[in-house]
Design a protein around this ligand. Structure first.
Ligand SMILES: [Zn+2]
Length: 628
């Protein structure tokens, strides 16, 4: 989600902090006819034992939001995590989360010339989510018996994903590998596509944004798409093109620039690693390699308060927040202490000898080039064509609180919703055979900086993918089919939402203050920074209600709206729905400390997000018939 305006903080500091907001209000339709029914939400995808057998991953992660704030453009923040040095390029792949199934493997039946899973047998009638709600929606067919899914099953896989994938490059790569493991086929925008009904595909752009889609067995051109879209970038500090700086007073420093709202006050005195992608010339080709140096390499030191006014902000992010990455006292001549020259000691800038004159490596800190090369097995520095590296907090994501009811992590905004959406898509495999729609999860880069680049949501990535799908299936009148597809589709714009902070209650709006471990929150804004309206809220609520009672904990949709004296953040929702005409809602998972380098969400919230998104992906087709 996007950042809130500073006025929020002002309101909090000046307001009555003892006035508690009312308990979160759940969205409910008094005349809802949705019923509890069978879904694949609880279907096991992979056993926990399998999960435990996976290699230990380094930890990384990153998230961000955009804040619509008072600015015309969105502002984004990042959070960082630590990766594992043992896992380099490719990075560890976060496994798809599978529910435990205390159910014996199904006995295959020989039908239609081959062994098949037994036909679905619904053993119990769908039960209404509430006694007064009649059961009308038909159950989504499932292939196996299901047990009630526990949202807690998703906690550790989520924290592992966050720790192992600290940069946008690692996160997208990990998602791609998880999709491939589930049978998704990789597509390239540069090639012709050969799509089939029942097929599952994904395509990335720039290695920093990704769209995954599954085509229902009964899909026809013009049918709708159920889309969950979010952003997978996060606030960070990126290395400048020439990151080698002059040494100052014996310190080796690194030239970095903030991405979105990074290098804010939360970046002082943190243990920072370095990661990203490196372009290397190999056998006449330029290949991309991902790299993580996940030990504390860099640090931005505070000035002790003893220095008085000099220690008080605001601070200059160009001159006073330059990370230190090493020591070089080779210029120390013993006179500095008495003459004070140490304070002026600043060596001449000169290119590194690595890679030879004119080489990219020569413009970067020599010891950093060596460290990166060591990780990637590069012996000829001149083969490094270029790189995009960034800083990230190496502290692993972890659970916390007396009963581990929190998750503390960097980059939650918005790898949280992105990760949950992918898990939901993977979980929905079993019901694809009865679907007549397309299911899409789109993860965009650059949301925190306005989404304007080609891999951002304002680019043509999503429309281009949808158009190519429709074109593949349309026998004639492609434009007509495309227009109908958009009109029959629905978009859940999923970005993290501000959870209520008990120390700043008056910064929040009464009855619109989402809590942790309850469920995603629908975010509304009267000035159209969000896409939410009555119809879209009703549609999503109907989808979630349809699976009420089928899990150990139902996700309860909460509501969030910013106070009139604050400004709402922004998401990818308005730009995507405006570009395509697709109906949309903004609904994200709550978190504390948005845009801090270290944020908090609930331990059950990743799983509750998975449940809500899965209900949408699987239920939208039936629910939408009520609105036509
Ligand atoms: Zn966000």
């Amino acid at each position: 989600m996007t950042k809130n305006h500073p006025s929020l903080r002002k309101a909090a500091s000046n307001a009555d902090l003892y006035a508690n907001p009312s308990p979160p209000q759940q969205l409910r339709h008094s005349h809802s006819t949705l019923a509890r029914s069978h879904t694949t939400a609880a279907l096991p995808r992979r056993s926990l034992a399998d999960w435990d057998k996976r290699p230990q991953m380094g930890e990384k992660g990153r998230a961000r939001h955009s804040y619509a704030a008072p600015y015309p453009n969105l502002i984004e923040d990042d959070e960082d995590f630590r990766p594992n040095r043992q896992q380099q390029s490719p990075p560890p792949v976060p496994p798809k989360i599978l529910e435990e199934v205390p159910v014996p493997a199904p006995i295959l039946e020989f039908r239609d010339g081959e062994y098949r899973l037994p036909a679905c047998k619904i053993t119990s009638k769908p039960v209404p989510s509430h006694p007064w709600l009649p059961a009308q929606l038909p159950p989504v067919p499932v292939r196996r018996e299901k047990v009630k899914a526990d949202p807690g099953r998703y906690t550790k896989p989520f924290t592992d994903f966050m720790t192992a994938n600290p940069t946008v490059f690692h996160a997208v790569d990990a998602v791609a590998k998880d999709l491939e493991q589930d049978g998704y086929n990789k597509l390239s925008e540069r090639d012709a596509w050969d799509l089939k009904a029942g097929g599952k595909y994904y395509v990335d752009r720039n290695g920093t944004s990704l769209i995954a889609f599954a085509i229902g067995d009964n899909y026809k051109a013009g049918n709708g798409a159920a889309i969950v879209a979010g952003h997978i970038d996060a606030l960070t500090a990126k290395l400048k093109p020439i990151s080698k700086l002059r040494n100052k007073a014996g310190y080796l420093q690194l030239g970095v620039a903030p991405y979105a709202g990074a290098l804010n006050d939360t970046w002082w005195d943190r243990d920072l690693g370095i990661g990203g992608r490196v372009l290397v010339k190999e056998h006449g080709k330029i290949v991309t390699k991902l790299v993580k140096l996940d030990w504390p390499i860099a640090r931005i030191p505070t000035l002790a308060p003893h220095f008085g006014a000099a220690a008080n902000g605001p601070f200059n992010r160009e001159t006073q927040m330059v990370p230190i990455v090493g020591l070089d006292n080779s210029d120390f001549n013993g006179l500095n202490a008495s003459t004070g020259r140490a304070l002026e000691c600043e060596g001449e800038w000169k290119a590194s000898p690595l890679g030879g004159e004119g080489a990219f490596a020569a413009t970067q800190p020599e010891r950093l080039v060596k460290a990166i090369s060591s990780e990637l097995g590069i012996t000829d520095y001149s083969t490094i064509v270029n790189w995009e590296l960034e800083l990230f907090d190496v502290q692993p994501a972890t659970t916390g609180g007396l009963d581990r009811e929190f998750i503390f992590a960097g980059r939650i905004d918005d790898k949280l919703c992105s990760w949950a959406a992918i898990q939901a898509l993977l979980n929905s495999d079993a019901s694809l055979s009865t679907s007549s729609q397309i299911r899409v999860v789109a993860l965009f880069d650059d949301e925190e900086v306005g989404s304007l680049l080609r891999q951002g949501a304002r680019g043509n990535f999503l429309p281009s993918v949808v158009e190519r799908i429709v074109e593949e299936f349309a026998e004639s009148k492609v434009k007509n089919s495309l227009a109908r597809t958009y009109a029959n589709s629905f978009l859940v714009s999923s970005d993290v939402i501000h959870a209520v902070n008990p120390n700043f209650l008056n910064a929040y709006l009464e009855n619109h203050s989402p809590r942790l471990n309850i469920g995603p929150a629908v975010s509304a804004d009267s000035n159209a920074h969000m896409t939410t309206d009555a119809v879209s809220t009703a549609i999503l609520q109907r989808c979630v209600d349809a699976d009420a009672g089928t899990r150990k904990q139902d996700p309860k949709l909460q509501v969030f709206q910013i106070r009139n004296d604050s400004r709402s953040g922004g998401t990818v929702g308005p730009m995507l729905s405006a570009a395509t005409g697709i109906r949309a809602i903004d609904c994200g998972i709550p978190q504390l400390s948005m845009h801090s380098i270290r944020a908090t969400t609930g331990s059950q919230d990743p799983g509750l997000g998975v449940f809500a998104f899965q209900s949408f992906l699987e239920r939208f087709e039936e629910v939408d018939k009520e609105f036509k």
